[in-house]
Structures are given as structure tokens and as C-alpha cells.
Design a protein. Structure first.
Ligand code: BGC
Length: 745
């Protein structure tokens, strides 16, 4: 009773003082040191609520104020129970912050982030984050561990699926759009806190092997890897997650230069920093000594909240008594966590994110699914379309073959923690529905995802897909192909081939799938390959022999319908690669915005050159370059004009839809800083416009860039503009470009 009364007072006070930090100061003045350290402790809560029961250790921790937040627990009622415990049983009734990895949607799942980035549709991506927040915010979640904006140029890393590709400029725009989508301005009950991650450089793990060492120059950090994180901070991200890796020999989680000098002082970040899962604990394996020392180092460096290591909760009080940390340092971290709860409005209403009525209306609603379906179609990248095989007509007999054709729970890809696959359609079901009986559909799995030999060599992934007898599977596939007019192959990776701890050394189509694809091509029937992947894969043989190839990534809960929209021409493909697709495994790392070397060989060179920077056995360039993608129409580019006004450069080009159907085109602007004090990339994306043109329609497209886009960072992170020559390039991808050289003073 007394507690409820206190709560009523605190709610009323919070309302009066909204956006007034004194509320937090006043609360802190009542807190014991244990309660303050408790706010810095974050633990997963996946299995701790069963029916009416809450696992006792967690219940004690919440009631005694030893937990500031919980994460990755699905179910509004369960979350409500835990929140009630915090509010009604803990001494000061401080609500929990409740997080989840809502990476690309809650139950309405959007394409994996890498795929979404290929839509180049910033508004659409912002909308996807808005919808994710709308769904999550009624089932108890106020905090999402997204956006993940790690730049990655090595496709072996499985977490490339979670990011926005290889370009720092585009990655920054997308990260900022997602922050806006999740957070708005924290004024509505549907606005939740973003957590930009993984700060920093996690995507640069050596050899693409997850959790591996990272080491790079500051110039490279500031120019190639840090811009997307900075863009998220500028967009107002309320929290930041530090990464698992080293930055300059120090763990990111205990790196004062990174978390304080760069993040807070240089970029003015004023939210809170949370570690990644168990990072403080892992520091011991990196060679930084015992957990008590590492907890101290992490706090002093600028970490505010400890995810799962229990280092802060177990060691900081003793460290304070020994004088290893100061009260001021603990207060500062506690203040930042409480401010986040305050910004979210949790002191006003701790149950703000638990709304049963809205849950019924919003989660997986028809309106949300429509947005997801449209975005999925926009994320697919058509790589090849020999003799306009696509779009297909709804007639005759169509064979659908491959291990991804009948699966329900692989379409959403990695990090779909709240997915509800029973509600989603398989590809086969989607095709049947789209064909409405106008064509005959035959479908079979045809082969295993991985061969026995591959499983023995590595590990078995994709257990959600049946294992079948390979000989029988192939025979059945060839039989239905012989009866069909066209063969659609749903092949590639399954969901767990990418994501955390899913690095691959071989990026080719797995053995059994390739062997079946080759046999199907040999039948002479037209073959369409729908390539499922969470990363760039090697499609060298496929690019020479398969008639049509579309990268469909993992398109989310509405993927099946979206694939049909494109296959049958209701929509024209408009996705453009945000990663370079390799010719061979050994090309990794591969990225379009590389430096030139002293013995350069361009990406479009077709011959080997002795004593120049290239391989004997494979050409330098990507098989399909950054920015590349086909539509069901063609676009011509001409009449490039470049004008300079004071501090800005405007490039204008005439783009014409020269084909027979309307479609979106992504007009891309790149620059090359010809001479500079620091070596600059051969090509850097600095602007783009996504436009829709009707058949025969022409438009002058102008893209303006300013000093900022023409500048680079020095090793201190200062933005430098150096006058001189610049190449201004415009075109449909990073390889097919028109160029004009200009001089800037
Ligand atoms: C991942 C993070 C994720 C966290 C919480 C970690 O293993 O690296 O990206 O947000 O778990 O689930």
C-alpha cells in the first residue's frame, strides 16, 4: 500500500518534471550504493517466467534492486509480471528497461538488414523500424539492440547479414533512418530506444572469423568504419553497445579513447553505453586479467551497463571501497541509465509498453505485412536475366525445386527472435496462391542443404530442413523438371548459415545443391535461380550457365508473396547490391571503395598483369559490383553536367527508361579525390536518388554534394577539405560510370 502511494507520487512528479533531469538527481539522492550498481546490471530473461512462477534468483534480484534491465523475453504478460515486481517490490520502485534484439521486425519480419539496404529506400527502411517499434512497444519492449551498423568487407563473416553492406556513407544514412524510425522523439508510447552497435569495428574481424582480432589504422577507422556509428549518434541514438573485439589493442568495452574521447567528447553522445553479451567476462581470455580489474577498466572507460558478465554487480562495490573507482564514476553510469528510463517515460508509466488492446490490433497486422512484402520485393537483386526469361507467365507447368522451397522457418533469416513461422507462407504455398490454378506447379526438395561430406568436414547447419536420400531426391527433381516448361531453384544458404557465430570459409553453393543445379541446367530447360543468402556468395559457375539469377537473401515473413510479385512481373526488380559479389573465395576482403596501390590494376581489367597488384588466377573486380542490379526494363544515362557553386558541386545527368515497363532506378554519384595528403579510395559513394520512370520517360537527375562529402578524416578524426582535382562520377553502379574532372579551390 505504502509502495503504491510512493509510486503515485513519483509518477506525478515525473509528469511535472518531464524533460527535467532534477527528477533523476532527486531519485539518485535516495539510492544506496547497491541500488546504484544494481541499475548497471542487465540480464537475459528468456526462461525465467513460467506461468505464475518467476525463477527465484531473478525475482530476488529484481525485488532487491540488483537488476536495472532484462532482455530477450517474449510475451507481454511475462514482462508485465517482472515489471510489477520491480515497481511494487523494490524499495524505490524503479522500473526495468526491457530490451530485445528486434533487428528486422518483431512478428512482421522484414528482410534481413543486408537485404533491406539493397532497396536503397531510406523512407521504407525508416518505416520498417517504425513498424518494428510499433509491434514491440505493445508487448513490453522499450529498447531494441538495433541498428547494427558495422561495416564489413569480408563476406566470410556471418554477421554481414545484420549490417548494411560495405559502404560507410550509405550505412550511415540507413543507420540514422532506423534510429529515427525506432525512437521518433520519445513522445509516443510506440517510440522505443535504439541501441547502435557494435561499437566499434566488429565487422573487421580478421579472416571474417567471428569474435576474431581486429587491428586497423585510425585513418581507416575514421574514414571507412566509424562514419555509420557517428551518423547514428547524430540522429540521436539513445544507447550504444560496445563490441566484442579489440580496438588498438584495448578491448572496445574498456577503451577510454573509443568510448569517451571519440564517442562522448568528439561526437557529443549523451546516452548510455551497454556492453555486448559477457564482454567484461571475456576480457580475461583476451589476456586482460581477472574480472574485477576489467570491471573497473570498463567503467572508467565509459561503459555504463554490463550485459551478462555480472562484473559490475559483483565487483564495483569492493572496487569503490578500495578506491579503484570513484562514487562519481558509479553515479555517472547510474545517472545515464536512469536518464534513459526517464526519456522513455517509464517513470511516468512503467507499463507504458504493455498494451493488450494495441497488441491485438498491431502485431502482424495486414497493413504491416503489406509494407514488409513491398520492401522484400524491393530488396531482391536481379543479377542475370538471359533473354528476358523473367518475368514468367502464369501458364504451362512450373517446377519449384530446392531445399528452400518448402521451408517455413528459414525465410526470415538470422535474428528473428520473435518470429511466428506458423503464420508465414512457404515459397511453394506462395506460388500456388499466386498462380491461382492458371499454371501447374510441381515441387520437390531435390537435395540436401549440405552433403554428408560437408557436414563431416565442418558442422551441420540447417537442421530445420529435412535430410533426404540424395540419389532419390535428384531423380525426383529431374523427373519433375522434365515435365516442366521452366524450373525455379530455391537454393543457397538457410537461415543459420549467417548471423552470429556463422562464419564460412567457402562461399560457394554447397556441394549437393550445386550438383543438382548443374544437372537441372543440363536438361536444357530454362532455369531461374533464387539465391538465398545472408552474405555475398560466390556465383561464378552460376553466372555463366544459369539463365536467370536473383539474390533473394532472406526476405522476411512476407517473402513468399514478394518473390511471386517479382517472378510474375507484378513488380519490376529494383534492388541494387550494397556489397560486392566475389568471383572466388580468395578475393576476400573485397570492396569497391579500395585504395589504388602503387601498381594499380582496375576492377574492370580482364587480363593478368605481371608486377602489378592482381592475382594470377582471378581478376580483381567483383563478379557483380557494388550498386549493381537489373530491372525488367533498361535505363540509359547521358549528358553528364557538373557545376560548382561556392561550397557545393551539382552533377546532373539525363536518365531515360528505354524499356517497356515502369521501374525504379537508383542513380548513384561517386567521387574520387585525385591527389590528397592521405591516400583516397578510387571511388566513393556520396549521393544517390531512387527514381521511378515510366517506359520512355526521361528525367534530368541532379545530385548535389557539399564540402563535407568532398572531405576526409585525418587520424585525429578531424574533417579535412583539401582543394584540388576531383573526379565526379555518376551511373547505375560503381563500375558503369560517366566521369567529369573538376578542380575545387
Ligand atoms: C550479440 C548482440 C546482441 C546480444 C544480445 C550478442 O551475442 O553480439 O548483437 O544484441 O547478444 O542478444
Amino acid at each position: 500500500m505504502i509502495r503504491l502511494f510512493l509510486l503515485a507520487i513519483s509518477i506525478c512528479t515525473a509528469t511535472q518534471l518531464y524533460a527535467n533531469i532534477p527528477y533523476v538527481e532527486k531519485l539518485m539522492s535516495k539510492m544506496t550504493i547497491d541500488e546504484k550498481i544494481g541499475q548497471l546490471n542487465l540480464m537475459p530473461a528468456g526462461n525465467i517466467v513460467t506461468g505464475e512462477k518467476i525463477e527465484s534468483k531473478t525475482a530476488d534480484d529484481i525485488a532487491s534492486g540488483r537488476l536495472g534491465g532484462i532482455f530477450n523475453i517474449k510475451g507481454r504478460e511475462k514482462i508485465e509480471k517482472l515489471q510489477k515486481l520491480a515497481v511494487e517490490k523494490s524499495r524505490l520502485g524503479i522500473p526495468l528497461i526491457v530490451g530485445m534484439d528486434i533487428i528486422h521486425g518483431y512478428e512482421t519480419i522484414f528482410p534481413i538488414p543486408l537485404a533491406l539496404s539493397c532497396s536503397w529506400n531510406l523512407e521504407g527502411i525508416e518505416k520498417s523500424a517504425r513498424i518494428a517499434a510499433e509491434e514491440a512497444s505493445c508487448v513490453g519492449i522499450g529498447w531494441t539492440f538495433s541498428p547494427m551498423v558495422d561495416i564489413c568487407v569480408d563476406a566470410r563473416w556471418g554477421r554481414m547479414a545484420e549490417g548494411n553492406g560495405e559502404d560507410p556513407y550509405l550505412g550511415g544514412l540507413i543507420g540514422a533512418a532506423m534510429v529515427r524510425g525506432y525512437q521518433g522523439n520519445f513522445s509516443k508510447p510506440t517510440e522505443i530506444m535504439a541501441c547502435m552497435k557494435h561499437f566499434a569495428l566488429y565487422g573487421a574481424v580478421e579472416g571474417g572469423r567471428d569474435y576474431n582480432t581486429v587491428d586497423m589504422s585510425r585513418v581507416r577507422m575514421f574514414n571507412q568504419y566509424l562514419p555509420p556509428y557517428k551518423a547514428c549518434v547524430e540522429a540521436g541514438a539513445g544507447s550504444v553497445m560496445s563490441s566484442f573485439n579489440l580496438v588498438d589493442g584495448q578491448h572496445a568495452t574498456a577503451n577510454r579513447w573509443l568510448l569517451t574521447d571519440v564517442l562522448r567528447k568528439q561526437w557529443n553522445f549523451n546516452g548510455f553505453v551497454v556492453t555486448d553479451y559477457g564482454s567484461i567476462f571475456e576480457m580475461q581470455s583476451h589476456g586482460f586479467g581477472p574480472i574485477d580489474k576489467n570491471s573497473v577498466k570498463a567503467l572508467k572507460a565509459g561503459t555504463d551497463m554490463d550485459m551478462c558478465s555480472q562484473g559490475f554487480i559483483n565487483c564495483l562495490k569492493t572496487a569503490l571501497e578500495k578506491g579503484e573507482v570513484s562514487l562519481h564514476e558509479i553515479d555517472q553510469a547510474c545517472r545515464r541509465v536512469l536518464e534513459a528510463k526517464y526519456k522513455l517515460g517509464l517513470f511516468d508509466n512503467p507499463y507504458k509498453f504493455c498494451d493488450a488492446r494495441r497488441e491485438k490490433e498491431v502485431v502482424y497486422s495486414a497493413a504491416n505485412r503489406k509494407v514488409a512484402r513491398d520492401l522484400a520485393a524491393e530488396s531482391f537483386v536481379l543479377l542475370k536475366n538471359n533473354q528476358n526469361l523473367l518475368p514468367l507467365k502464369k501458364q504451362g507447368t512450373i517446377a519449384l525445386i530446392g531445399p528452400l522451397s518448402q521451408t517455413r522457418n528459414n525465410l526470415t533469416g538470422t535474428w528473428s527472435v520473435a518470429q511466428n513461422p506458423e503464420r508465414y507462407e512457404t515459397l511453394e504455398e506462395g506460388l500456388k496462391k499466386a498462380l491461382k490454378g492458371r499454371a501447374n506447379l510441381l515441387c520437390t526438395q531435390g537435395c540436401n542443404l549440405m552433403s554428408d561430406a560437408e557436414i563431416q568436414k565442418g558442422a551441420e547447419f540447417g537442421k530445420t530442413i529435412n535430410r533426404i536420400d540424395p540419389a532419390k531426391g535428384k531423380a525426383e527433381a529431374l523427373k519433375i523438371a522434365s515435365q516442366a516448361d521452366v524450373v525455379i531453384c530455391a537454393m543457397g544458404e538457410c537461415a543459420d548459415f549467417s548471423g552470429e557465430s556463422s562464419s564460412r570459409a567457402d562461399l560457394n553453393l554447397p556441394d549437393e545443391q550445386l550438383s543438382l543445379l548443374q544437372a537441372l541446367v543440363e536438361t536444357g530447360k530454362p532455369v531461374v535461380l533464387l539465391n538465398f543468402s545472408g552474405r555475398p556468395t560466390v556465383l561464378d559457375w552460376e553466372s555463366k550457365h544459369v539463365d536467370a539469377i536473383m539474390n533473394v537473401w532472406f526476405g522476411g515473413s512476407e517473402m513468399a508473396g514478394a518473390v511471386c510479385d517479382i517472378l510474375f512481373g507484378d513488380k519490376s526488380p529494383s534492388g541494387r547490391l550494397t556489397v560486392s559479389l566475389p568471383r572466388a573465395n580468395g578475393q576476400q576482403p573485397l570492396y569497391y571503395n579500395h585504395l589504388n596501390t602503387g601498381r594499380p590494376v582496375s576492377d574492370s581489367e580482364t587480363q593478368y598483369r605481371k608486377y602489378a597488384s592482381n592475382y594470377i588466377d582471378v581478376r580483381n573486380g567483383a563478379l557483380y559490383p557494388f550498386g549493381y542490379g537489373l530491372s525488367y526494363t533498361t535505363f540509359s544515362y547521358d549528358n553528364l553536367r557538373v557545376s560548382v557553386h561556392n561550397d557545393s558541386v551539382t552533377a546532373t545527368v539525363k536518365v531515360t527508361n528505354t524499356g517497356a515497363c515502369g521501374s525504379y532506378e537508383v542513380v548513384q554519384l561517386y567521387i574520387h579525390d585525385v591527389y590528397a595528403t592521405i591516400a583516397r579510395p578510387v571511388c566513393e559513394l556520396k549521393g544517390f536518388q531512387r527514381i521511378y520512370l515510366k517506359p520512355g520517360e526521361s528525367r534530368d537527375v541532379s545530385i548535389k554534394i557539399g564540402r563535407q562529402e568532398l572531405s576526409y578524416y585525418n587520424s585525429d578524426g578531424d574533417l579535412i577539405f583539401e582543394p584540388g582535382e576531383f573526379d565526379i562520377m555518376i551511373g547505375k553502379n560503381s563500375r558503369d560510370l560517366m566521369t567529369k574532372r573538376i578542380v575545387l579551390n
